[in-house]
Design a protein around this ligand. Structure first.
Ligand SMILES: [Fe+2]
Ligand SMILES: [Fe+2]
Length: 147
């Protein structure tokens, strides 16, 4: 079984998360992607764990959380959809079963409220975890003047 640890240690995942961060920096976000996706990953898993889901399902939620914003390495717009496809392909290369990687793709592809909604247990946990991370550093600060 592919674990969150395997995903975190994957070179491709690392490069794409860095690429996403680079684009967010240019757009004026001071957010650190790794901080955000680590929190979302943990909380998405914790939600299902608290509800008594099997540990395999909890692990899938943690992986979905870690990968959910990876589409920002292409473009912030539609990042849920592009990220879902990227995640699917990486997990396929890593040897994850088609059923599991489809679940993760579906959850990532629906995490943005503009185009998606809770379509599964993992999807619902991901949306809640993502929403729960309201960090002041995530605000775009282009209107702040330093005197
Ligand atoms: Fe997102
Ligand atoms: Fe997010």
């Amino acid at each position: 079984m592919i674990t969150l640890e395997d995903v975190k240690n994957n070179e491709e995942v690392h490069a794409l998360v860095q690429g996403a961060q680079k684009q967010l920096n240019s757009l004026g976000y001071t957010e650190h992607s790794i901080r955000h996706v680590s929190i979302v990953s943990k909380r998405a898993g914790d939600i299902l764990e608290e509800l008594g889901y099997p540990k395999e399902r909890v692990e899938l939620a943690r992986i979905a959380g870690y990968l959910h914003d990876i589409g920002n390495c292409i473009n912030r717009k539609d990042h849920a959809h592009s990220g879902a496809i990227i995640a699917y392909n990486i997990l396929k290369d890593m040897g994850m079963s088609v059923a599991d990687r489809t679940e993760i793709m579906m959850a990532i592809g629906n995490h943005d409220e503009e185009t998606g909604t809770a379509v599964s247990d993992i999807s619902a946990a991901l949306i809640l975890a993502d929403k729960s991370d309201v960090h002041r550093d995530r605000v775009v600060n282009q209107n702040i003047r330093y005197v």
